[in-house]
Design a protein around this ligand. Structure first.
Ligand code: HEC
Length: 230
């Protein structure tokens, strides 16, 4: 009877100490992990060395030629001496992103949106514009820019028609800016489309707008018969 009582009080003492005894104390030892799951795993720590790679670095440098999102190309000053360099940059097919602060690069003339296509509009430029429009704009705005691209069927409800009066009357520079920087729910295409191509797209878009709003007088006299044949 007494033995039983002693054993019970010993167990009780141990239990009380186990539950309350070390509360609030700190310890440098690692805690008891009954189910560690994925608490500890093999991984590369930022900036830490790693023998896995030949150069011994854990953090990998970006792939050559990577352009981070949000990166802006350095803008050279527009002096007479640098103009030639800017010209080369802009006409280079790979590097022709916005590099200046003039109308060609921003769509702005002073404080306002300018209008007009600042490069020569040739049949080749229109074809280029058509190709670029069909690649980068048509899936949302539709092949005739009527706002009925394929993405509409998949729930992109806010796509607008580019055939309405507001966009018809919109300055070319403002459209250039929309392509470059996006607008509301439309993302920016500046990082994807070189400057000359943006203007080519605008020239083609103007042709599309005209084609959907044309009178017979717009068709050259010799070609009017072609329409009747269709
Ligand atoms: C992923 C879909 C998508 C693509 C691709 C796209 N747009 Fe848009 N665009 C939109 C949406 C959505 C709006 C409406 C934005 C808003 O909420 O005002 C819009 C609006 C516009 C507007 C009207 C801006 C205004 O001031 O109201 C213009 C102009 C335009 N887009 C031109 C283009 C051109 C040119 C291209 C091709 C380079 C293009 N978009 C590619 C989705 C797209």
């Amino acid at each position: 009877m007494l033995r039983g009582f002693l054993l019970l009080s010993l167990l009780l003492t141990i239990a009380i100490i186990a539950v309350f005894g070390f509360r609030g104390q700190t310890s440098t030892g690692s805690p008891l992990e009954i189910f560690p799951d994925m608490v500890r795993q093999m991984k590369v720590r930022a900036q830490a060395p790693l023998n896995f790679f030949a150069d011994g670095r854990g953090s990998r440098p970006p792939v050559a030629g990577t352009v981070p999102i949000g990166y802006e190309m350095p803008k050279p000053e527009h002096t007479a001496a640098s103009n030639a360099a800017v010209e080369t940059l802009q006409t280079h097919p790979r590097l022709g992103f916005s590099v200046g602060t003039d109308y060609y690069d921003t769509g702005k003339m002073g404080d306002r949106w300018g209008t007009g296509v600042p490069i020569e509009v040739t049949p080749e430029l229109m074809l280029r514009g058509q190709q670029r429009f069909n690649i980068t704009c048509a899936m949302c705005h539709g092949a005739t820019a009527a706002g009925n691209g394929i993405t509409k069927q998949y729930g992109l409800a806010t796509v607008v028609t580019l055939q309405d009066d507001r966009i018809r009357k919109m300055a070319d520079g403002e459209i250039f800016n929309t392509i470059t920087n996006g607008k509301n729910t439309m993302m920016a295409y500046g990082p994807n489309i070189i400057v000359a191509d943006r203007w080519a797209i605008i020239a083609y878009l103007r042709a599309l707008q005209r084609s959907q709003n044309a009178a017979i007088a717009d068709v050259p006299e010799g070609r009017r018969g072609d329409l009747e044949k269709q």
